[in-house]
Design a protein around this ligand. Structure first.
Ligand code: ZN
Length: 108
């Protein structure tokens, strides 16, 4: 899936299907969401992926990536708060960091 060209590695860029209309109803996040222009970012990623003949895919909106242990697959349903950035798996004691977990799960 990877392609090395002139020293750069090109990989597909998975994204999450976002329900932006629902997300902007959160007053704490709405300004940041509008400022980020997420819709345009996703549109550009899809467009550029097609231009480079790369796979473009989106993860389902409510896929529980932050709850699933990267080592053993155990799902910790208590992890719902965005402020929890990492947790230890009660099944295998693996330390799961939210951003890294998502990257590993959508890249495999
Ligand atoms: Zn685990």
């Amino acid at each position: 899936m990877e392609k090395i060209l002139k020293g750069y590695v090109f990989r597909p860029y998975p994204t999450e299907k976002l329900k932006i209309n629902e997300m902007v109803q959160n007053k704490n996040l709405s300004k940041k969401i509008y400022d980020a222009s997420w819709y345009e970012l996703i549109r550009q990623l899809e467009y550029k992926s097609k231009c480079k003949n790369k796979k473009f895919y989106q993860i389902e909106t409510y896929y529980p990536s932050s709850q699933i242990c990267n080592r053993c697959g155990y799902q910790e349903k208590k992890i719902k708060d965005l402020s929890i950035r990492e947790w230890e798996c009660p099944s295998c004691t693996n330390n799961n960091e939210r951003d890294i977990m998502l990257f590993i799960q959508v890249s495999t």
